[in-house]
Every structure is written in structure tokens, then in C-alpha cells.
Design a protein around this ligand. Structure first.
Ligand code: ATP
Length: 854
């Protein structure tokens, strides 16, 4: 069964005892749970979505808020229930308890944070729950976070080129690119983390779904095994068919209109992907935005190692968002902004003009406090326009979605008004709201009641006065209801039974209910239908006749209401392109507004971006570590790197030494993060900065076994180092922490020496090399573009104080033994270690003959 086979159907069916639990993975669940515990402070209105099983009834009997009407039953296209989803807003204090119980019971807990209201959550589930039930994709990227994109990708690879297209069905984002470097394809897939990748093939196992980790002989090496690959028929990926799919769908005469006329593989990937999406969309309508083409080399590639080592979206320690760069920088007010920030961080710019225009906007918002605060206040009132529009154009939006969309659209003129005098590019983009969108918002508000019911078929969506026929039918239904109300009053008077009631249920329709004690007063025309413990239920021919009329009239009314609603929804769908255009502008302004807020409160400066190779940071700070320390505790440090025509005195390679725990890694990462932040257009944690744009940031940090691929610490280290040496250029920034530590001392030192020398003389990339091999300090005396720096400590008779200050010069001691003492190694071991060290140091220099190296 595939995602497209599964469809959420209408709710309100009681849970069955055998919900499908085959996809539950406890390890991943507990990881998700931990993640949520981390973010719950940030998103107090988080919603918890989970699949319902036999314990549902008992578990929630005493639960606080159970939104039973939000329960969805999932059935396969071929009929039959395959699972259920329910959701509830869980109060902050109770989260941990409920989630723990759910996880312990083996249920899939899916976190849905930053959801504005229940209707948005329902929309999310409706659109994305299919992924939860798709084998192989469950929970890998399973958090239904609206602050995260959910991509479907397609790749076409030939002997010397590749094309990649990707789409997020819920926001409509649709992009394609082409390049020749296979390593870039791997990195691009790692950036996108698609939940499924389509690959065309001639192989007999067409349509086979490969789960993460499974490999197929048909899959080339550049496709990372951690994704789910779907092998598809070649046909839709052929040049002719892909071209015609795109031309037809986007109503353009030539591919020039989509910017991909010279990119045959990008066209093939995009055409194949579009065909697949159109084929599998439930509503038969595709809500993808107009295809955009991008060039991969226009962006700084943040490879997988660097993303991990710099902890851009999650920490290395436990893979959580809390403590990552994204966590430290995300001060956005909307889910769209949050997603955009994530995208920017994973795809920083190379173009100085683009960087400057983002900086200009931040500058304006930093200076104009009032504007910044008003803007943030207004942005908080804007819902996820991208996703709401996606739902409207794919025909899955409900009435609450449209009301939320209209509420948000009607904020846009206010937003435009607010930035009327702004002069920076990203604020100016908000100044014009097409009148058609204002009219659309007014129309939605005029058509739909303020709080429509969740389910379209329940009726009660449309305001009076919108459609005369509808009003007529409403009047008939109301008259019928009045007739029923009158009947109750009349029958009480006629029978003399004061507690006689007219009721309704789905099985019997309308009935007259009388307590059993009064059964002897029942008139002759009553026909008994049902006997309950204390109650008899009757019908009369007249009541049944009226009931038939009422039900038909109500059905007709609901049908007509639904038709009026669908027409309105289609009108919204027609404006999707215009809404999305503005949503992108809102998202970008939101990111920049958040970054401006951060710049003000954390004291960031505007970096000067230059074309040369200089990296000059005065009093730089680590953006995350400084936020975790009390104010003023972080020790700022400067960096000067990058020899060039004007900066010939600056080093290209810094050898950084210092005791354990002195702050070497922190300093190294700080430089990488400042460069990365600058290239997304952000201000940076420093007193001042002058930064030459980098084409790539490479990092090699720490020693971790890669158990999944069975590689040893040393092999992982060597693979990563080889990758850097093979791809770094003179415009790259390379951050190396402890190379050669995973093997015998002399082997390690020799490798570290040779690597440093190669980088300084052959590649000449700007590099910081943190090491405990003090011997590497000798290089500075031999090569003009190498400098030694050390992180200082103050030595007292029985302790060392970490000053965390980076200064010129090489450290001659590691204080490793001192660290061991602090950690509690027995005194006798410490003393013996000191003795041994003295002897080793004496002999090692002689053995290495470092003095004679040239
Ligand atoms: N500039 C700084 N100001 C304040 N505290 C700092 C600074 N740099 C680092 N620290 C603190 O020192 C701790 C150790 O830093 P770090 O891990 O960078 O040391 P290290 O020199 O790389 O150690 P090792 O050689 O053992 O890997 C950090 O967790 C941080 O809390």
C-alpha cells in the first residue's frame, strides 16, 4: 500500500480494538518525545496527534481536552480501515505524562507544533497523515511540524549530469535544478531530506518502494541510502513527455518561460515529478506553484558534516532542536517565517548584492524600533498562508481554513500601511497588496459565518443573504424545526404528560419519548417503536411524513451550501499564485524582523561583506553558547584570516592549540557560524566583521564511530578529511578539529602535519586547525601564511583557570593530566603520568627529527 492509497475519510466512527500498530518504532518515538519536551516551552499551544487504539476510550475518560470531533478514520482506496488519527490540545503541564503513556503503549505520537488552531491541525493531518502510514517513511522525518517543509523529490542521472526536482505538496513549492557534480547531488538531497525520492528506471521492479537503508542495484552511489526511493517508469521522465507535461500544466508556450529551456535533465526530473503528483493527488487537482529553476552553485553548499558539526538545525549531542543555531536564531512570528529561516540556513547566499539587501532590511528594522515591534505584532496574527492556500487550491480546505485565510489576507493591507515609508527591499515588497486579494478576503468573510463547523457536510457555513435559493431552503428547514417544537408543546397539552419530548436519533429518526410510568396516558394514534429502561419511544404517521420532508430539505440545504462553498474555494484557488507571492514576501520579512530583534537584544553587528578572501572578526562570539551562559560570561575572541593583495600579512592557516576544555572547538565553530550567519544576510555576534564570501564551509570535528556503516573512528576521520582535501578551494573556509587523533601518535601527527601543509601550500583555503599536537606550531616558522594561536589558561599552584582567550603564539602544554586530576583520577596515577610524560617528551622530538624537516 502506498501513501496515495490511503485516504482520510469522515470522522465520528468509534475506535476499533485493532488499530494498525505495525509501523511503530519505539526508539524513534522516544526521540521525538524528547524533542517535544525540549520545544514545549517554545510552543505552548502544541497539538499532539496520535493513532488511536483500543485503549483510547479508557485512556481519555479522564483526559482533559479530547476533541473527539477531530478524529479521522483512515481507509484504503479499496475500502477497509487502516488506521486512525485523533488529536488533542494537551495542556502544558500534562504533556509529559500523556506522551509517556502513549509512547509506552507503543502508539505513534506525532508532534504538531506552531499550529494556530484545531482546524489547521486537521488540515495538517488530512494532508500529511498518509505519510505516517507509508512504510519506510514513518517517523524518519515524521514530525508533522508545520515549521518544516516536507519534500517529495525526483532525480534523473546520466553519465555526466543530473537533474533534481522537488516539491512540497502542502505549500506548493516546486523547484528544479541541474548540475554535473554528483557530490553536489548528494549534498542537495541531504539538505532537502525528502520523504520520498522518485527515480526513473527500466528495471522490472517498477514502482518498488525501497525503505531507508535498503539498496538496489539500480541506484547509483550518489543517492544516500538513508532515503526512501521509489523506482518509477521511465516514460514520464522522457524529454518529450516531461516537456509537454510542464508546458500544459503551467500554460506556457516554451520552457524559456520556466527558465529551464537549457536544462534538459532538470526538465525531465520536474516533468516526471509533476506527473507523479498529478497522478496520486486525491483531489485530482494539483496545487503546485509555478515551477522555479535555481542554480546550485549560486548558493553556499552546507554539506552534511558541516550541518551536523555546526549544529545548524539540531545538536550533535542528542539530535534535538534545542541548542542548535536555528533554535538560537528563530525569533520568527509565523510558521512560514520559521520554514524560510530553516531554508536560508541550509542554503546561504554567495551573491553579495543579495546578502546586502537582506542586511539593509535588518538595518532598517534595527534602527526603527517602533516599526519592528508593530510588524512583529501584526505578523503574529497571520496564519500559515502558504499551507492554507495549498489546501484551497487542492480542494481540501474546509470552511475554517478559508476563514483563517481571509483573516490573514485582511491583515495584509494593514501590513502594507505599516511599511508605507520603509525603504529597504524586503519591506517594500509588502507595500502593495493586489486589490483582488482584499476583495477575496471580504468575499470570504461575507460568505462564511464567523466560526463555521469543522465538517463541511454539517451545513451552517454560509451567511444569510448570499444565495436566495439557499435562504429559501433554510427558511423551509427552520419552519420544519418550528413545527417539531410546536408538536412537542401541542402533544404535552393534548396528552397531559408534561415531560413528553420529541427527540431524534440516526437509527429511528424523530420519535416521541414518554416515561414508562405515563404509558397508560398514550393516545391511540401513537405507534410504539422502542422500549428503554425508563422510557417508551413512539412515532406517529404524521411525524414520519414530516420527517421525510425535513430530512430531504436538510439534505438539499447542505448540498447547496456545499456547492456555494466549493465555488468560493475555487475562487480562492484561482488566486493561489498571487497569495503565494505575497506569502513569500511575508515569510522573508518575518525572518528579517526576527533577525533584527535578535541583533538588538544580543548586540550583533552588521558584517561588511567583501569580494576578497579576508575574514576579519573583532570580538566574535558563539551565537548559541553565549545564549546559554549568563550575560557577560562569554569571552569574545577575534579572528584574522585570508591572505590577499591587500591582506598579504594575514595567515591562511591558523594552528590553534590549548588545553582540554579551554574553548578550541567553541572558537572554531564560532568562526564557521559567524560566516554562515553573514551569508544568510544576518547580523553577527561580534563587535565588527569584514568577511570575504566563502564558496563552502568544511568542518571536521570530533571523533565518532559510524556504527551504521561499520566504519571505525579513524576511517570516518580520514574519509571526511579526504573529502575536504578533494573539494576545498582557496575561497573555502575549513575548520579542522583534532585530525589524526584516531590512530597511533606518530602516525596521527604525521598525517596532521601533511594535511596542514597541503592546505597551506596547495589549496590555500582559509583554515583553522585545532590540535593537541604542539609540534604543528613549527609550521608557522616554515610557511609564511601559517600562524599560531593558543587558547590561554592561568596556572595556579594547584589548579588551572580557563580564560577562554585566543592569543597569538603556540601552547606548549596540554594540561591533559590536570584535566584527569580534576576528573578524579587517583593521585598515584596522576604522579606516574607526569613522570611518563616527561620522558616521552624528551624522546619524541628526537624521534621525530622535527628540527630537520623542510
Ligand atoms: N569564549 C568562551 N567564553 C566562555 N566560555 C567558553 C568560551 N569558549 C568555550 N567556553 C566554555 O568552555 C567549554 C569547553 O570548550 P571547548 O569544548 O571548545 O574546549 P576544547 O578546547 O575544544 O576542549 P577539548 O580539547 O577537550 O576538545 C565550553 O563548553 C564552553 O562552555
Amino acid at each position: 500500500m502506498t501513501a496515495s492509497d490511503i485516504q482520510p475519510t469522515e470522522p465520528h466512527i468509534p475506535p476499533t480494538p485493532h488499530a494498525d500498530t505495525r509501523l511503530v518504532d519505539r526508539t524513534k518515538l522516544s526521540k521525538m518525545y524528547q524533542h517535544y519536551v525540549e520545544v514545549k516551552d517554545k510552543y505552548p499551544h502544541a497539538l499532539l496527534l496520535y493513532r488511536v487504539g483500543d485503549f483510547f476510550e479508557t485512556f481519555f475518560q479522564d483526559a482533559v481536552t479530547v476533541a473527539r470531533e477531530l478524529e479521522l478514520v483512515l481507509t484504503s482506496k479499496h475500502g477497509g480501515e487502516v488506521g486512525r488519527v485523533a488529536m488533542t490540545g494537551v495542556p502544558h503541564h500534562a504533556w509529559e505524562r500523556y506522551t509517556t503513556q502513549l509512547v509506552e503503549k507503543g502508539y505513534a505520537v506525532v508532534i504538531c507544533d506552531q499550529v494556530e488552531d484545531a482546524s489547521e491541525a486537521v488540515g495538517l493531518v488530512r494532508r500529511e497523515v498518509t505519510r505516517i502510514l507509508t512504510p519506510g517513511t514513518l517517523l524518519e522525518e515524521g514530525m508533522l511540524k508545520s515549521s518544516r517543509n516536507n519534500y517529495l523529490a525526483a532525480v534523473v542521472i546520466t553519465s555526466n549530469h543530473w537533474g533534481l526536482a522537488y516539491a512540497d505538496i502542502s505549500t506548493g513549492e516546486f523547484l528544479t535544478t541541474q548540475d554535473s557534480d554528483l557530490e553536489r547531488l548528494t549534498q542537495e538531497l541531504m539538505r532537502l531530506q525528502p520523504s520520498e525520492v522518485l527515480v526513473p528506471t527500466n528495471a522490472p521492479d517498477l514502482g518498488t518502494l525501497l525503505r531507508p537503508g535498503e539498496t538496489s542495484p539500480h541506484l547509483p552511489e550518489c543517492l544516500p541510502p538513508s532515503f526512501c526511493y521509489s523506482l518509477r517508469s521511465q516514460q514520464p521522465f522522457s524529454q518529450a513527455e516531461a516537456r509537454s507535461t510542464l508546458l500544459q500544466r503551467f500554460k506556457v508556450r516554451s520552457l524559456e518561460g520556466l527558465g529551464c529551456d537549457h536544462l534538459p535533465l532538470a526538465v525531465r526530473a520536474a516533468g516526471g515529478l509533476l506527473e507523479y503528483v498529478e497522478d496520486t493527488q486525491k483531489a485530482g487537482q494539483v496545487s503546485l506553484q509555478r515551477l522555479r529553476t535555481y542554480t546550485i552553485t549560486d548558493y553556499l553548499i552546507v554539506d552534511n558534516q558541516t550541518r551536523r558539526n555546526l549544529e545548524i538545525t539540531q545538536t550533535v549531542r542528542d539530535g534535538t532542536f534545542h541548542g542548535s543555531l536555528l533554535w538560537a536564531l528563530d525569533k520568527t512570528s509565523t510558521a512560514m517565517g520559521s520554514r524560510a529561516l530553516r531554508r536560508w540556513l541550509l542554503q546561504p547566499l554567495l551573491d553579495i548584492k543579495g546578502i546586502n539587501s537582506r542586511q539593509d532590511t535588518i538595518q532598517e528594522l534595527v534602527t526603527n524600533t517602533r516599526l519592528r515591534q508593530d510588524l512583529r505584532h501584526l505578523l503574529r496574527q497571520i496564519y500559515d498562508l502558504e499551507r492554507l492556500t495549498g489546501r484551497a487550491s487542492s480542494g481540501t480546505a474546509n470552511a475554517r481554513d478559508l476563514v483563517a485565510l481571509a483573516d490573514s489576507l485582511s491583515r495584509l493591507p494593514e501590513l502594507a500601511n505599516l511599511v508605507i515609508d520603509a525603504h529597504s527591499p524586503f519591506l517594500k515588497a509588502l507595500q502593495k497588496v493586489p486589490p483582488i486579494l482584499e476583495e477575496l478576503a471580504q468575499k470570504i468573510h461575507a460568505h462564511l459565518v464567523e466560526s463555521p463547523p469543522l465538517h463541511l457536510k454539517e451545513g451552517g457555513l454560509i451567511r444569510p443573504g448570499v444565495n436566495p435559493l439557499l435562504d429559501e431552503r433554510k427558511a423551509t428547514v427552520e419552519a420544519d424545526h418550528q413545527w417539531i417544537a410546536n408538536l412537542e408543546v401541542d402533544e404535552r397539552a393534548r396528552t397531559g404528560i408534561p415531560l413528553l419530548k420529541v427527540g431524534f436519533n440516526e437509527t429511528f429518526g424523530y420519535y416521541i419519548s414518554i416515561s414508562r410510568a405515563k404509558a397508560d396516558q398514550v393516545p391511540a394514534n401513537y405507534i410504539r417503536k422502542q422500549t428503554l429502561k425508563n422510557e417508551e419511544r413512539y412515532i406517529t404517521p404524521e411525524l414520519k411524513e414530516r420527517e421525510a420532508r425535513i430530512l430531504t430539505a436538510r439534505d438539499d440545504l447542505h448540498k447547496l451550501e456545499y456547492e456555494v462553498f466549493v465555488t468560493l474555494r475555487e475562487e480562492v484557488g484561482e488566486q493561489a499564485e498571487a497569495i503565494r507571492h505575497l506569502s513569500r514576501a511575508v515569510a522573508a520579512a518575518d525572518v528579517l524582523c526576527g533577525l533584527a530583534e535578535l541583533a538588538v537584544y544580543q548586540g550583533y553587528c552588521r558584517p561588511e561583506m567583501v569580494h576578497g578572501r579576508e575574514i576579519a572578526i573583532i570580538d566574535g562570539r558563539h551565537p548559541v553558547v553565549e545564549q546559554s551562559l549568563p550575560a557577560g560570561f562569554f569571552v569574545p575572541n577575534s579572528t584574522q584570516l585570508g591572505s590577499g593583495e591587500e591582506t598579504h600579512q594575514l595567515p591562511d592557516l591558523i594552528i590553534l592549540t590549548g588545553p582540554n576544555a579551554s574553548g578550541k572547538s567553541c572558537y572554531l565553530r564560532q568562526v564557521g557560524l559567524i560566516q554562515l550567519m553573514a551569508q544568510i544576510g544576518s547580523f553577527v555576534p561580534a563587535k565588527s566583521a569584514r568577511l570575504g564570501v566563502c564558496d563552502r564551509i568544511f568542518t571536521r570535528v570530533g571523533a565518532v564511530d559510524d556504527l551504521a556503516t561499520g566504519q571505525s573512528t579513524f576511517m570516518v576521520e580520514m574519509n571526511e578529511t579526504a573529502n575536504i582535501l578533494n573539494h576545498a578551494t582557496s575561497r573555502s573556509l575549513v575548520l579542522l578539529d583534532e585530525i589524526g587523533r584516531g590512530t597511533a601518535t606518530f602516525d596521527g601527527l604525521s598525517i596532521a602535519w601533511a594535511v596542514a601543509e597541503y592546505i597551506a601550500t596547495d589549496i590555500r583555503s582559509r583554515t583553522i586547525f585545532a590540535t593537541h599536537y604542539h609540534e604543528l606550531n613549527e609550521l608557522a616558522g616554515m610557511l609564511p601564511n601559517v600562524a599560531n594561536y593558543q587558547v590561554t589558561v592561568k596556572e595556579l599552584p594547584d589548579q588551572i583557570i580557563f580564560l577562554h582567550q585566543v592569543q597569538p603564539g603556540g601552547a606548549d602544554k596540554s594540561y591533559g593530566i590536570e584535566a584527569g586530576r580534576l576528573a578524579g583520577l587517583p593521585t598515584v596515577v596522576i604522579q606516574r603520568a607526569k613522570q611518563v610524560m616527561g620522558q616521552i617528551e624528551k624522546h619524541s622530538k628526537i624521534a621525530m627529527g622535527l628540527q630537520n624537516l623542510d
